[in-house]
Design a protein around this ligand. Structure first.
Ligand code: GDP
Ligand code: MG
Length: 177
């Protein structure tokens, strides 16, 4: 039983990964508490946040894990990935390098996580369109090749954040049902 003694049918662990400062913590904050902070401190301590929602009349608790500043290559431990059924692979559309690092994050994810994990690629900060450095089509093509879902988001403007989580959660839900 979770919040308010509500019956919980499923708990799905989702992990957030990607380079530092791409907006992982703000995406989580937007989804879990509908909050955003422009001067967010680097993540410290907090392991995960939860939000319970209803999918096809079942209550699903999303338990979303955020890296505690472990974004250096290979610094994320296998405990972080353990039991995860979904992953959000985040880059910043204004920083080409954060997109160029996606293949190594994917490699790390695939070597640590369950092989059936549901993965979505997320290009964050679409509110900074004038500074865009990663064309949407490049990311779309990469996602297609790798069999990943793909969406562009803005945690600041709350664009597509809900959709991104719902895409992953619904896919996981359909796999287990
Ligand atoms: P993390 O290191 O990946 O967890 O990144 P943070 O969530 O801490 O965000 C890094 C910086 O980018 C912070 O200053 C955030 O306020 C900012 N940020 C996060 N998401 C967005 C967004 O969608 N748009 C804009 N303009 N800034 C964002
Ligand atoms: Mg963070």
């Amino acid at each position: 039983y979770g919040e308010g003694s509500q019956k919980i049918d499923y708990v799905f662990k989702i992990v957030l990964i990607g380079d530092s400062a791409v907006g992982k913590s703000q995406i989580l904050s937007r989804f879990a508490r509908n909050e955003f902070s422009l001067d967010s401190k680097a993540t410290i301590g907090v392991e995960f946040q939860t939000r319970t929602l209803v999918i096809q009349h079942k209550s699903v608790k999303a338990q979303i894990w955020d890296t505690a500043g472990q974004e250096r290559y290979r610094a994320v431990t296998s405990a972080y990935y353990r039991g995860a059924v979904g992953a959000m692979l985040v880059y910043d559309i204004t920083k080409r390098q954060t997109f160029d690092h996606i293949p190594r994050w994917l490699e790390e994810l695939r070597s640590h996580a369950d092989k059936n994990i549901v993965i979505i690629l997320i290009g964050n900060k679409t509110d900074l369109e004038d500074q865009r450095a990663v064309p949407t089509d490049d990311a779309k093509e990469f996602a297609q090749q790798e069999g990943l879902f793909f969406l562009e988001t803005s945690a600041l403007e709350a664009t597509n954040v809900e959709d991104a989580f719902m895409t992953v959660l619904t896919e996981i839900f359909n796999i287990v049902n």
